[in-house]
Design a binder for this molecule. Structure first.
Ligand code: G6P
Length: 611
């Protein structure tokens, strides 16, 4: 939540910062602002999107080689010009941008007001900068020292950048809990919440660790801990390409990402599985193979779409590897005093690798001795670094707020994991394993086929774009897909949608069904097919409108349903990778037809770094 960017070097700072903020807008987009050193320490900020700020800046003096910017997702204080970042201190000599939440801001604010500090906004971030100013004045110390000391006073999460009027060549940054990357260029430095604003200029980056402070002064980078211990920066070379974070001719990132799935699924398998030679290997698992083979239990923690991928994994792992699996919302798990021990494995799934609740769930599980395995998409992210072992999903950057290709990449990696553990434990016999491997290899081309349904789905979307409610039903492996389909629709089109296990419909949702109610039923040929046929009949008997996702060649469901979307046949273990595709497309087109901003839906953010 909230994106931050800063620059110091030989170029004009403002265009770099604005472009960077646009790349980070997925993290928040209710207001934006920029601070520049142009003779003075000037702050410009506006409610609305980065484009609104950009338009406002056109009439301002934005020259300067050092500056910082912020795109906000409101936590403390409504989205308006005043609450937008950057925030000045009382003297207006220093300014801050902040991503995170300061939990003890109210008590700090009270103390600071008693000492004469004044506040313009309702934000916790303005408290942070005044605290720094107060510490600097009381201790008569340098600004970096004041920032370092302030890190001992604040409780909560932060990635901050501080600029000072009297230090026109200095950027100070610090983090705890929220991500911060330093880009190291030729005589220039960048700071950002992730690497996307940086890679156009340099692929050399340093990921700041929690409780570290980066001081960039006169072309030098100095990293220290909050205990003032000097650190040697570990410079990493990123492989990310610029085109992977651009729209590439698509109208929206979401559509581009849906269409990228044949490739992203393949990339998530690459090097890990070759059916022909029976090669199946994942380095993260190999290290902890014995732990996995002898695990008592696997607990999956995640949020949102990643939690849905976790539910698919529950079916996969229990079926193929015969280890009991529990899937937990990270936000509940972390406060529940869960029972865990050294024989438990916790799998944390997160696209961004920054979700605050998932990170906290990991810390809790670690403290109870469990082994933590991470499945993340963003390389170098906090979760990837907090786990004992893990596997990246290799889906490439996902910019659309509603997750699509990250979900199928997560399911792919989880399928490989279930197959590996199953074969090591002897619960998945060799012939069956080989069949699954061969079938998994065909999935990218079958996803390609499913994407050809786009035009047909546009026609269905036209008929249902104005509905107020929608029900999604599925059973077995398709139950999590029903949840995911409903989540996609509500996230981006603001239509109320509910996903349900098809049989459970009788215990409530059936009361909602009338001739106005669209019911999306995932009714592919699998072990629960006959049961789902009955569920479709139950919906039709109450005059509901059935949009059915069926296996190619099915004749039974098409005789009953109002609309039929045919997807290729595959093993039921792999079906979520195909059945989710039409649901992603349906949500996308309905949202576009309703005039919604699909890449940046209201109130949401891609990376939820606050609890
Ligand atoms: C937010 C995003 C979702 C995502 C969820 C979990 O709600 O909008 O798309 O599924 O966070 O994020 P993670 O990065 O941990 O997968």
């Amino acid at each position: 939540m909230c994106g931050i960017v800063a620059y110091v070097g030989h170029r004009e700072a403002s265009p770099i910062i604005i472009k960077g903020l646009k790349r980070l807008e997925y993290r928040g987009y209710d207001s934006a602002g920029i601070a520049l050193m142009n003779g003075d320490l000037s702050v410009y900020k506006k409610k609305g999107k980065v484009a609104d700020l950009e338009a406002y800046l056109a009439s301002q003096d934005t020259h300067g080689n050092i500056g910082m910017g912020h795109t906000r997702w409101a936590t403390h204080g409504e989205p308006n010009d005043v609450n937008a970042h950057p925030h000045y201190s009382t003297s207006r000599n220093i300014a801050i941008i902040h991503n995170g939440i300061i939990e003890n801001y109210a008590s700090l604010k009270k103390l600071l007001i008693e000492k004469g500090h004044t506040f313009q906004s309702d934000t916790d971030s303005e408290v942070f900068i005044n605290l720094i100013e107060d510490i600097r004045a009381n201790n008569n110390c340098t600004l970096p020292e004041a920032v370092r000391l302030a890190m001992h006073e604040v409780v909560g999460a932060y990635a901050i950048v501080v600029l000072a009027k009297d230090s026109p060549n200095q950027l100070i940054a610090a983090r705890k809990g929220s991500p911060l990357v330093v880009g190291v260029g030729e005589g220039e430095y960048f700071l950002a919440s992730d690497a996307t604003p940086i890679i156009e200029y340099t692929n050399e980056v340093v990921y700041l660790n929690d409780y570290e402070l980066a001081i960039i002064n006169n072309g030098e980078l100095d990293i220290r801990t909050k205990e003032d211990v000097k650190q040697t920066p570990y410079v990493q070379r990123l492989e990310m390409e610029l085109e992977s974070i651009e729209k590439g001719g698509y109208e929206h990132f979401m559509l581009k990402e849906i269409f990228e799935q044949p490739r992203s699924i393949l990339d998530s398998m690459r090097g890990r599985m070759i059916a022909e030679s029976n090669h199946l290997m994942m380095s993260g698992i190999r290290e902890f193979e014995n732990k996995f083979v002898n695990a008592n239990r696997i607990i999956i923690v995640a949020c949102g779409t990643s939690w849905h991928a976790g539910l698919v994994a529950e079916y996969l792992i229990e079926d193929l590897a015969r280890i009991p699996v529990e899937v937990e919302y990270a936000s509940e798990f972390r406060y529940r005093n869960p029972i865990l021990n050294e024989k438990d494995i916790v799998i944390a799934i997160s696209q961004s690798g920054e979700t605050a609740d998932t990170l906290a769930a990991i810390e809790l599980a670690k403290s109870k001795g469990a082994t933590i395995f991470g499945i993340c998409n963003v390389v170098g992210s906090s979760i990837a670094r907090a786990t004992d072992a893990g596997a990246y999903t290799h889906a490439g950057p996902e910019i659309g707020v509603a997750s699509t290709k990250a979900f199928t990449a997560q399911v792919t990696v989880l399928t490989l994991i279930a197959m590996i553990i199953g074969s090591k434990r002897g619960t998945l016999e060799t012939t069956k394993l080989h069949e699954l491997m061969v079938e998994l290899e065909t999935i990218p081309s079958k996803v390609e086929e499913a994407l050809q349904l786009n035009d047909q789905i546009i026609k269905i979307a036209e008929q249902y774009k104005d509905v107020a409610n929608c029900i999604y039903l599925g059973r077995g492996y398709n139950f999590p897909v029903a949840l995911e389909g409903a989540l996609k629709l509500k996230e981006i089109s603001y239509i109320h949608a509910e996903g349900y296990p098809a049989a459970e419909m009788k215990h409530g949702p059936i009361a909602l069904i009338d001739e106005q109610m669209p019911v999306v039923v995932i009714a592919t040929k699998d072990s629960s097919y006959e049961k789902v046929v009955s569920n479709v009949q139950e919906v039709k008997a109450r005059k509901g409108k059935v949009i059915a996702i069926v296996t190619e060649g099915d004749t039974t469901i098409p005789a009953m349903a109002d609309h039929v979307i045919e997807i290729p046949e595959t093993s039921e273990h792999l079906m979520p990778l195909l059945s989710v595709i039409p649901l992603q497309l349906l949500s996308y087109h309905i949202a576009v037809m309703r005039g919604c901003n699909v890449d940046q839906p209201r109130n949401l953010a891609k990376s939820v770094t606050v609890e």
